[in-house]
Design a protein around this ligand. Structure first.
Ligand code: SF4
Length: 393
């Protein structure tokens, strides 16, 4: 049976680190909504329902985060965020108001494409050398267009155009039914029973889903921004609270939860290998590769009644993905159950993992363990150095 006290201590410690080191996307100096934030850069929550053009501030911010979640999946997050910010600012200066009037992006496709191309070149000059060094690659391979495509139009129409078209289609459908709303995208987002179901539907919904333009991790990141980081939601019950969505699973999660021993407490190396979460000798420098996304949906046997009660509560009343007590425990949802009845949620946990993963627990054989806030709890540092030495994400 896993040592659940140890697991809980670790998860609460990471969430505490996250509460001290929040990681919001820095959007307060974006031209279209600079005035939504106060002098200290905090979003003015009480004014979210104020009208800006045809829509509320909440709607405009949600549209932006929806777009950002799609774009954020590319190879160099710092470069991508700069590209999104610079293109949006420059288009707004030309009165191409893509969040207020999504159709502008297509009507003025010449401007849109020019801005993407020009800013991509500028960012490449700024970032390519650093990126190449960090990723053991060459600077001329730097490319933010995703899927390694070189053609701007495919990138612009698919990755920018699809998330911008969703609120436009919602608006058109309302008009067709003689209805109006100042928050069509927010209404759609909140039409689901929980933020977890929303994160599935923004991908899978037949009419409004983003399909392959968004992955599970990005959909959960959007849920985190909407529910926790910017607190945009209008619903304040459990299934729209800070435990109502899964942790966005990225490589930082893989490294931190593996090296600290969390994953091995709940399962074992054989299972991790059979699930292809650990791929032998397939990582950088011939090390074993941790592919954490393959963990989602895998079942674990925990054998502790109290934990199972909490897990059932999470599955039925927070994530709302199950109507009755589920037979199995899905490993990626164990952290929600451990955080239940604590002062923390998935938002703080994710911020903590990002902070630790990018500042201490980096993807090489010499992470900064001596300075890491988890050093007293970490199995890799204290007992099993091979968890650090032999595995990469
Ligand atoms: S102590 Fe070291 S291995 Fe453990 S989480 Fe911190 S940086 Fe990573």
């Amino acid at each position: 049976m896993p040592n659940l006290d140890k697991c809980k201590k670790l998860i609460l410690e990471i969430a505490e680190v996250g509460s001290q080191n929040p990681n919001p996307p820095l959007i307060n100096d974006l031209f279209p909504f600079r005035h939504y934030f106060d002098d200290k850069g905090n979003l003015m929550q009480k004014k979210l329902s104020e009208i800006d053009g045809l829509w509320t501030r909440r709607e405009i911010l949600t549209r932006f985060l929806f777009l950002q979640a799609v774009l954020d999946q590319g190879p160099d997050i710092e470069g991508i965020r700069k590209l999104l910010k610079d293109v949006t600012n420059n288009l707004y200066k030309k009165e191409v108001r893509i969040l207020h009037r999504p159709l502008d992006f297509f009507k003025e496709v010449g401007f849109s494409v020019d801005e993407i191309l020009q800013n991509h070149e500028t960012i490449k000059k700024l970032r390519a050398e650093d990126w190449a060094r960090e990723n053991k690659s060459t600077a001329n391979r730097y490319n933010l267009f995703m899927d390694n495509a070189k053609q701007v139009l495919g990138y612009a129409v698919y990755r920018w155009g699809v998330p911008l078209a969703v609120p436009y289609l919602l608006e058109k459908d309302l008009q067709k039914n003689n209805q109006t709303s100042t928050e069509p995208l927010v209404d759609f987002i909140e039409s689901f029973e929980s933020s977890e179901i929303m994160s599935e539907q923004i991908k899978d919904n037949v009419r409004y889903g983003l399909g392959k333009a968004i992955g599970d991790k990005a959909a959960h990141l959007f849920a985190k921004w909407f529910v926790y980081t910017f607190n945009l939601g209008r619903k304040n019950y459990n299934s729209w609270g800070n435990l109502s969505y899964e942790l966005p699973f990225d490589s930082n999660v893989g490294r931190v939860l593996f090296r600290t021993g969390y994953l091995l407490e709940l399962t074992n190396l054989n299972d991790l290998e059979s699930w292809q979460v650990i791929q032998k000798n397939a990582g950088k420098g011939g090390k074993h590769y941790i592919r954490v996304t393959n963990l989602r949906g895998q079942k674990v046997d925990i054998g502790d009644e109290n934990f199972k009660k909490n897990y059932d509560d999470i599955a039925m009343n927070f994530l709302h993905t199950k109507k009755r007590s589920p037979k199995n425990i899905e490993i990626q949802q164990t952290v929600n159950a451990l955080l239940l009845n604590s002062q923390y949620g998935i938002g703080q946990l994710d911020d903590g993992i990002i902070h630790i993963g990018t500042n201490f627990c980096r993807n090489h054989d010499a992470p900064l363990c001596k300075n890491c806030p988890l050093k007293n709890l970490c199995e890799g540092y204290n007992n099993k150095n091979e968890l650090i030495d032999e595995y990469r994400t």
